[in-house]
Write a protein that binds this ligand. Sequence first.
Ligand SMILES: N[C@@H](CCC(=O)N[C@@H](CS)C(=O)NCC(=O)O)C(=O)O
Length: 206
Amino acid sequence: MYTLYTTLGSGNCYKVQLLMHQLQVPFRMVQIDVLKGETRSPEYLRINPNGKVPFLVLPDGRTLGESNAMLLHLAEGSDLMPQDPFERMRVFEWLFWEQSSHEPYISPARFWIAIMPEGRVEKAEQIATWHERGNAALQIMEKHLSRHDYLVGDRYSVADIGLYGYTCVAQDGEFDMSAYPAVSAWLERVKQSADYREMMDLATAA
Ligand SMILES: N[C@@H](CCC(=O)N[C@@H](CS)C(=O)NCC(=O)O)C(=O)O
């Protein structure tokens, strides 16, 4: 069975949980409390020297870091990974873009506004930058999703799960989602996918 090291409220962890749930892959979860610094404990660093969650241990004992690498590994061979070679590259493109141009802005804005608001004043300047860059990312999604129902191949795929992880909580970081009607409609579409579960439903479920 797979083991997923995870923390509550993380979009990066949620993506992996949602995909495993939708693919009906059995897994157990080990909770690591990021707010208590447990990702930096000697015990955890022995498991994952990179000191981050999510972290996946495969049934054969091999390990995998990076949420989107986990998504690609788990989706391989399923209906959520396109077979067409160029569509597969489109999936990679969205997932690489998520980690370079989307998550690095939407995730910390949400963290310092909704999860650690006591740091908000100190982070005000950075939050303004994250809002600017996060909104630029949401505009790119809006442009694409105003012409397509899903990110790749006009059907639900692992690319949608990768982008859903933090887009679904962007409003908690004070991104005004009413400015993004096509993204908002896509969020609703993802919620209609088979075996969909909310972030907090999956956070402690397995
Ligand atoms: N690029 C990584 C990012 C992982 C990441 O930043 N995880 C956060 C939680 S969402 C974390 O472990 N933070 C605790 C720390 O850095 O010590 C991925 O996609 O898995």
